[in-house]
Write a protein that binds this ligand. Structure first.
Ligand code: IPM
Ligand code: MG
Length: 354
């Protein structure tokens, strides 16, 4: 198969872990006889230095010419957030790309891989075999509603608006139901329907969509309870589908439960199989440039890209099992208790895959 992938390495550890993923892609090309080409595009600080903006039209154009975006990480040092180079970098780049490409379905798999149970905040018996998929609506709700500052009783007040249209809810829910059909056929719709009107609409839509998926066992859960249940008994979940804001919060909670942030990939898809694939972790400026970052989430994001954009299940699974084989052979980066550098671990994965 032929294809073109836009590569946005971004800030901090982004370029280091992206190098690993591109090395793995080279092996996939050779082993499976594909011709996937990559084109690098600038975003965040690198784009700011060259063009004066975080998400330049040149980068959008490169992405538009590609089948998918493999994305590293963006964001600057915590203490430097107010400088123009970093101010709103994450928001401008990530939200900008999500909106521009209408990436409404954010898939965040929370998987505990064999041997990584010790990194969880929970005892092994609660998380061994954990395999939850969060489907987060990504281009609407309170993230994209009107924001306002005004005055009330002579003092500043602020307002953020959450708007959801039927179709926006329906397409996100369908992704959740379809994913459930390929898994354990269980779907938890998370909302705050005891308070919010948008949540009540989510429930109405869910009941309609559920008619098309009679095999899926659907349940509703309030978001506060869902947070508690996820921390209490994560093995009880299969697919969780929810609005933008709740999905943001629950996926970080899920990340803590899985343990190592370095292991979590994500996919953000539109309706045409175009997607942005990125690690769930950030740019980790504190360890940037040291060559010690764990590239696993970035490599697993590449696996998701092959699976969802190109439908290459065999290739995706081969990458996932190469990582597991490397671990089994004791090849681990420092965050997982090993001694390997980013590059050494990548070499180990490449060997297992080749
Ligand atoms: C995420 C991040 C983003 C979000 C930020 C960086 C805008 O937290 O992808 O979860 O809130 O969606
Ligand atoms: Mg988040």
């Amino acid at each position: 198969m032929k294809g073109s992938i836009a590569v946005i390495a971004g800030d901090g550890i982004g370029p280091e872990i992206m190098k690993s993923a591109v090395a793995v892609l080279d092996v996939v090309n050779k082993k499976f006889g594909h011709e996937f080409a990559t084109t690098e595009a600038l975003a965040s600080s690198a784009a700011y230095d060259k063009y004066g903006v975080h998400l330049p039209p040149e980068t959008i154009a490169t992405c538009e010419k590609s089948d998918a975006i493999l994305f590293g990480a963006v964001g600057g040092p915590v203490n430097d957030q107010e400088s123009p180079r970093w101010k709103d970098a994450e928001k401008n780049v990530i939200l900008g790309l999500r909106k521009h490409f209408d990436l409404f379905a954010n898939l965040r798999p929370l998987k505990v891989w064999p041997g990584t149970e010790v990194f969880s905040t929970l005892r092994p018996e609660f998380i061994t075999g954990m395999d939850v998929l969060i489907v987060r609506e990504l281009v609407s709700g309170i993230y994209f509603g009107a924001r306002e500052r005004f005055e009330q009783n002579g003092k500043p007040a602020a307002r953020d608006t959450s708007v959801y249209a039927w179709d926006e809810i329906e397409r996100a829910l369908r992704v959740g139901f379809e994913a459930a059909m390929m898994r354990k056929k269980r779907l938890t719709v998370v909302d705050k329907a005891n308070v919010l009107e948008t949540s009540r609409l989510w429930r109405e839509v869910a009941r309609e969509v559920a008619k098309d998926f009679p095999e899926v066992q659907m349940e509703f859960m309030f978001v506060d309870n869902a947070a508690m249940q996820l921390a209490r008994a994560p093995l009880a979940f299969d697919v969780i589908v929810t609005e933008n804001m709740f999905g943001d919060i629950l996926s970080d909670l899920g990340g803590a439960i899985v343990g190592s942030l370095g292991l979590l990939p994500s996919a953000s898809l539109n309706g045409k199989k175009f997607g942005l694939y990125e690690p769930s972790h950030g740019s980790a400026p504190d360890i940037a440039g040291k060559g010690v970052a764990n590239p696993t989430a970035q490599i697993l994001s590449l696996a998701l890209l092959l699976r969802y954009t190109y439908g290459l299940e065999k290739e995706a699974a081969a990458i996932e099992s190469a990582i597991q084989s490397a671990w089994k052979a004791g090849e681990k980066t420092r965050d997982l208790g090993g001694t390997l550098s980013t590059e050494e671990f990548t070499t180990a994965v490449v060997k297992c895959l080749a």
